[in-house]
Design a protein around this ligand. Sequence first.
Ligand code: PGA
Length: 251
Amino acid sequence: MEGKPIIAGNWKMHKTTNEGSAFAMSVQNILVDIKNVSVVFSPPFIGLFELEVESPFFKAAQNCHWEDHGAFTGEISTSMIKSCGAEFVIIGHSERRQYFGDSNKWINKKIKSVIAEELNPIFCIGETLDERESGKTEERLRNQIVKGLDGLKDLNKIVIAYEPVWAIGTGKTANNLQIREAHSYIKKVIKELYPSIQDIQVLYGGSVKPSNAGELICVPHVDGFLIGGASLDVDSFSSIVQIVEDIQENK
Ligand code: PGA
């Protein structure tokens, strides 16, 4: 999976266990020849165990708790996620930050627990419309990165997802320049914090669909996608993966 673009579907609160398994099977049957892309399915927790995948297809949880076990009703730990065969955990999605109280401090603890379990965090950051319009995008991104990664010595397993909050589920995609600037800024901050790091993968998320995937994957510093709505449909998700695969193949 090293270095290849990652196309991750975030199903959010969609699909029963059976629906999820059938979906993942259909996508894998369509995309039998994929070699240049890692593909990630992120079902709700209960679908994680049953979902059958084989590399280059992987599974992700959408959240976790930072403790390994204990009296935390309704929570799931990273060792439980690992025991389902997942490789990734999405952390700090804007919906978790907005509706479920995920603070930078919690996100930092969650990232640490994902890494301790040798899983890969997909660490989500992004500015709101207000922050963008008041010129605070970079300040916001830096703050989320610095606080989210506080105390981490190396970033081996971390993937960052840049998701402008105003582009999630709205049909509005950030334009190529906004995406390029944000991704290169994120990489600059990471390089400042971790001078020895070669590169970090930064995914773009926010209304990615088959009609814009080809253009967006060619934006400098875009190393894959985190996809909500378009990841729920077999045809649209498969065609996004195929578009990225073909572009990689012809590089
Ligand atoms: P969207 O969601 O593709 O539906 O905009 C992206 C996300 O929430 O990760």
